[in-house]
Design a protein around this ligand. Structure first.
Ligand code: AHR
Length: 512
């Protein structure tokens, strides 16, 4: 029987929702489905102040660093168990020539970053620096290769440089550059947004190109590549259909990119900090579109791949607003509010609930760009509300998925309505159950009850992220305004778990 997603069920029962005072969560026992930790991945592009300033500091910088990599940023990302990091783009990837970013830094050629502000890229942060960063973060690298303006040979040689353990032309150059042993990178993107900045191709043309590039990007000993094809823009279902038909099992994953735009207008996306309830409502409606996208792309993939071998990889997602006033429009620097935290919680719940097909995802982008986890200003660093959600949700990484059904109350604005509540749950290797809940309604709390269907538990503890106003942000003068706190609104009543979920909040519970 086809699995009904929780959002579909929520929508089906919306008509009755007003009649209820208490939402009943129906949580089922775990099967074999695992929520891959790679759903909690991140993305860092040579864009604005993400790499330069965000991770990479000047020589002799007073900011604490190891080999020019900022330690405050590394330590913060380690705390949320960052599982993978995608690099060097984005659009930048299809103009990046990796050989410009190896060898002595003072001899590396410069280039123009045509996609992002037309600034000069000095290539001081290249392959070795990125892989050193991944080592420090203890995460897996996910490299996007250049299909748009690079050759098959160039990609093949990059893979050899990274992964071949023996005597070869690329391994010799690697050793001369100070790295004897291969890194054994396995996540490998074959181009990016090939429908757009990656070459404006048709899906049929790209599928043929994919096969050429992917064939010569070889599996070296101990490093079988997980080749990831450039997939659809939002609801371009024809792209997924064509790729599944033409490429099928020759890929490990197929990507999907979807950004939440507050106004639905790419030319005036809306402010990150200054918005009213109408715009908030519209933003959350757009965020929930991810449920529909993942459901429909998965259904197409199911036709060609019923055993779900090919992963849906949502390797760019998040809210995209206008830049902060006074900043370079090409740098995509935006603030991050409680609204963004609710987007993060909702989207991660969607991915958890689709973890049979979604095996990897990457929030755009880690530092100082779009829906960032971290903002920096010279030697200062702050953690955004979105960071705190990743901190709360890390308990789901590699845990067993627990299916949930429930009737969500509605949150309405004007004539439109969306489900107010979204939820996902998992059980970790110690048996502890984690339930993550998001209440999107800024005006009403939600009372919840569940008997947990025979799962054994004695105690419940929890944490909450909320704030007085939906527009609240963390700033360099008030960096802890929006933060996680102990949650006291959940209790055991006989066999029942009772939860009082405040408005505009993210809650993660632990039952032991
Ligand atoms: O994340 C910013 C940009 O958005 C990426 O470079 C591109 O892939 C997408 O259009």
């Amino acid at each position: 029987m086809k699995k009904l997603s929780l959002f579909f069920i929520a929508i089906c029962f919306m008509a009755n929702a007003n009649a209820q005072n208490e939402v009943n969560l129906n949580i089922k026992q775990a099967g074999n489905q695992i929520i891959s930790k790679h759903i909690y991945g991140h993305f860092s592009e040579h864009l604005g102040r993400c790499i330069y300033d965000g991770f990479w500091v000047d020589e002799n910088s007073p900011i604490p660093n190891k080999g020019r990599i900022r330690l405050d940023v590394v330590n913060a990302l380690k705390k949320i168990n960052i599982p993978n990091l995608r690099w060097p783009g984005g659009c930048f990837a299809d103009e990046y020539h990796w050989r410009d970013g190896i060898g002595p830094r003072n001899q590396r050629p410069k280039m123009v970053n045509t996609n992002w502000g037309g600034v000069t890229e000095d290539n001081s942060f290249g392959t070795h620096e990125f892989l050193e960063l991944c080592d420090m973060l203890n995460c897996e690298p996910y490299i996007a290769g250049n299909v748009g303006s690079g050759t098959v040979e160039e990609m093949a040689k990059w893979v050899e440089y990274l992964n071949f353990d023996g005597v070869s032309p690329m391994a010799t150059i690697r050793a001369q550059n100070g790295r004897e042993k291969p890194w054994k990178v396995t996540f490998w993107g074959v181009g990016n947004e090939s429908w757009g900045c990656g070459g404006h191709m048709t899906p049929a043309y790209y599928s043929d190109l994919y096969k050429r590039y992917a064939t010569y990007a070889r599996d070296y000993s101990g490093a079988p590549l997980k080749r990831i094809a450039s997939g659809a823009n939002a609801d371009d279902y024809n792209w997924t259909e064509t790729s599944m038909k033409a490429i099928g099992s020759r890929m490990w994953g197929l990507t999907l990119h979807y950004y939440t735009i507050p106004t639905n207008n790419w030319k005036a996306k809306g402010s990150a900090t200054n918005f009213d309830e109408e715009q908030y409502f519209n933003t959350m409606k757009n965020c929930l579109k991810m449920e529909e996208l993942v459901t429909k792309h998965s259904a197409i993939m199911d036709k060609y791949d019923p055993n779900k071998k090919v992963a849906l990889v949502v390797d760019e997602w998040g809210i995209w607003t206008d830049v902060e006033p006074g900043t370079n429009p090409g740098f995509l620097y935006q603030q991050n509010s409680l609204r963004d935290a609710l987007i993060a919680g909702t989207t991660l719940n969607i991915f958890n609930n689709h973890s049979d097909r979604v095996k990897m995802a990457n929030l755009a982008q880690t530092v100082n760009v779009l829906q960032a986890l971290i903002l920096t200003e010279k030697d200062k660093m702050l953690l955004t509300p979105t960071y705190h959600v990743f901190d709360l949700f890390k308990v789901h990484q590699d845990a067993k998925y627990l299916p949930i059904t429930f009737n969500s109350p509605e949150y309405g604005f004007g004539n439109a309505k969306i489900p107010a509540l979204n939820v996902s749950a998992s059980q970790d290797s110690t048996g502890a159950v984690h339930i993550s809940l998001v209440n999107l309604d800024p005006n009403h709390k939600i009372s919840i009850s569940t008997d947990l269907n025979g799962l054994k538990w004695k105690t419940v503890t929890g944490q909450i992220l909320t704030s007085e106003k939906i527009t609240d942000i963390n700033t360099f003068t008030n960096p802890d305004k929006v933060h996680n706190a102990k949650f006291t609104g959940a209790k055991k009543a006989g066999n029942l778990l009772k939860i009082d979920m405040p408005s505009q909040s993210v809650v993660v519970l632990e039952l032991k």
